[in-house]
Design a protein around this ligand. Structure first.
Ligand code: RB5
Length: 154
């Protein structure tokens, strides 16, 4: 599988380990940077990973910063991206099965390499179940077309 991976300075080392781990399993990795530990801005790399996925240049994306929060928020601003922060494998599996998450995010300050490997393994092994989940994904996609604040009917 072709997988884009990106990170900020805080996650550079974990990115390298996950990139090499997945390459060793036969995946084609596109490293969107950052390429060192010099201070960097996670929105740049969250966007880069997201654009690679949204444009079909990668099938899936992995985005890593200190917590996974900032880089996932940035990635989710790109149309068609469903980025989910996962700190354990169960959420990673369901994020794929139910939410069709096309970008996986996690935090280098939060989890270690072994947990990160378990999370990516679980996420990549799972597949979208469709069915009742598809209409919910369609509703999320429809939110991308809302241009103005609208009344919420609750
Ligand atoms: C960088 O210090 C840190 O803010 C970033 O890696 C991430 O945790 C943001 O969400």
């Amino acid at each position: 599988m072709k997988i884009a991976i990106g990170n900020d300075h805080r996650a550079f080392r974990l990115k390298c380990e996950i990139r090499d781990y997945l390459a060793g399993k036969g995946h084609e990795m596109i490293d969107a940077g950052a390429h060192d530990e010099a201070g960097s801005d996670y929105p740049v790399y969250g966007r880069a990973v997201a654009e690679l996925v949204a444009q079909g240049r990668a099938e899936l994306g992995i985005a890593i910063c200190g917590t996974g929060a900032g880089i996932s928020i940035a990635a989710n601003k790109v149309r068609g991206i469903r980025a989910v922060v996962c700190s354990e494998p169960y959420t990673a599996r369901l994020a794929r099965q139910h939410n069709n998450a096309n970008v996986l995010a996690f935090g280098a300050r939060v989890i270690g390499i072994d947990m990160a490997k378990m999370i990516v393994d679980e996420w990549l092994a799972a597949s979208f179940e469709g069915g009742r989940h598809q209409s919910r994904i369609d509703q999320i996609s429809a939110l991308e077309s809302i241009r103005e604040s609208m009344p919420v009917d609750l």
